[in-house]
Design a protein around this ligand. Structure first.
Ligand code: AMP
Length: 403
């Protein structure tokens, strides 16, 4: 972690105003109640650390997609009570994120109080990365800290320009994310396995192209495996019974060739679970690749032989990175392969034999459904940022924190 600036590098914070860029973009129901407080809870240790160092903390965040217009639906005022509850200190909500109202609120701040400013995205300048506006934003503060790893793939004003205006550092959550993700792909203990599942190849091309050059074993499962199977000549995988993308066959072949040239072993399904209908508990059967029913069945999961193969190969590995479910995990019993492989990864992790890192979109729900959410080495809070990191892209909000 010495590569990046940490709060310790900021020196004495006593009496200083610390602006913390958090990601408080939490899910909320139609009554404006927060339905999952994970993102709030995970940034609280950074706020407490800054307060313990005597800093006055001003929290900034985006919320929803207001597209530059102020509207109550997307006001961070709905999040303030939850932040106060999680923190155990008074949170004063400020109805703007720039201007006199913020300057006055900062001047009047008491010890043991935290300010939460209004949604940054009420200003178009935020998404545009406007440097002048970022100066307005940071002028009330002495130091800038970022915990918003999940927004780190965006060069928004509060993520990059703001960090350039003041002495800056990563918060504890951001450090934890970057550290865990580095252990996963940048500096992994080998052999390294990646599991990629989910629906379509077309959405994960960059991801697959990066992984075949970096990992030792690549499991391709879920709907996207259908395109690879068809590319390998299994003609009974078709557009009626699967998510095969016929226009992606050449691309799939190219990915397999790159893998071969980079000593990356691709593990495709050996068997599949075919269901009579796309619904929970539909009539189903496990079929080998040369027995796939051509139509009126849908291929919703991978079978036991595939599960055994993945688990056996995983036992040989020291590191696992995972994105995307192996089957339609939202419907029983088609969550079976995802659950079984997740349990194996959790078991190896708990035994100290495996570093397991997962994240991105549905992966978090799929692993929670498998009951292993707290048994992996690290599950990232980030969706898009996790995927871009797996794609090998530099994240502007992380790069700006380099020493
Ligand atoms: P993604 O957002 O690309 O990671 O895709 C996640 C979605 O892929 C989940 O909603 C899964 O239900 C879906 N999925 C996984 N395997 C299959 C499959 N064999 N057929 C259809 N959908 C699948």
């Amino acid at each position: 972690m010495t590569e990046y600036k940490t709060i310790e590098d900021l020196g004495d914070l006593n009496g200083k105003v610390a602006m913390l860029r958090a990601d408080l973009n939490v899910p909320m129901n139609e009554n404006f109640e927060v339905t999952n407080t994970a993102r709030i809870d995970r940034t609280v240790p950074t706020i407490k650390l800054l307060m313990n160092k005597g800093a006055k903390v001003v929290v900034i965040s985006h919320f929803g997609r207001p597209e530059g217009k102020g509207d109550m639906k997307n006001s961070l005022s709905h999040v303030a009570p939850e932040l106060e509850k999680a923190l155990g200190f008074k949170v004063i909500f400020v109805e703007d994120c720039v201007g006199h109202v913020v300057e006055d609120a900062v001047k009047n701040m008491k010890d043991d109080e935290v300010l939460l400013l209004e949604n940054l995205r009420f200003y178009n300048e935020e998404k545009k990365g406007n440097a002048d506006w970022a100066k307005e934003l940071t002028k009330v503060a002495d130091v800038y800290i970022s915990d918003a790893f999940s927004t780190a793939h965006r060069a928004h004003a509060s993520m990059v320009a703001a960090a350039q205006n003041l002495p800056s550092a990563m918060g504890l959550l951001m450090s934890e994310e970057v550290d865990a993700l580095s252990k996963g792909l940048n500096n992994p203990e080998r052999p390294l396995m990646a599991v990629v599942g989910g629906s379509k190849v077309s959405t994960k091309l960059d991801l697959l192209n990066n992984l075949v050059k970096k990992v030792d074993k690549l499991v391709i499962s879920g709907g996207m495996a259908h395109t690879f199977l068809r590319a390998k000549g299994f003609e009974s995988v078709n557009e009626e019974n699967s998510l095969v993308q016929m226009d992606m066959l050449e691309t799939a072949k190219e990915i397999m060739t790159t893998a071969l040239n980079n000593n990356c072993e691709i593990l495709l399904p050996l068997d599949l679970v075919a269901a009579k209908e796309f619904k929970p508990n539909a009539e189903h059967k496990t079929v080998d690749l040369d027995n796939i029913p051509a139509s009126s069945w849908e291929l919703l999961d991978v079978g036991q032989k595939t599960i055994d193969l993945i688990c056996a190969k995983l036992e040989e590995c020291k590191t696992l990175v995972w994105n995307g479910p192996l089957g339609v995990f939202e419907m029983k019993p088609f969550d079976n392969a995802t659950n079984k492989v997740a349990e194996k990864a959790a078991e190896l992790t708990l035994a100290g034999k495996l570093t397991s890192v997962a994240g991105g979109g549905d992966t978090v729900s799929a692993l929670a459904n498998a009951g292993v959410a707290d048994k992996f080495t690290y599950i990232s809070t980030a969706g898009g940022a996790f995927l871009e990191w797996m794609e090998g892209k530099e994240l502007p909000g992380v790069v700006i924190m380099k020493k």
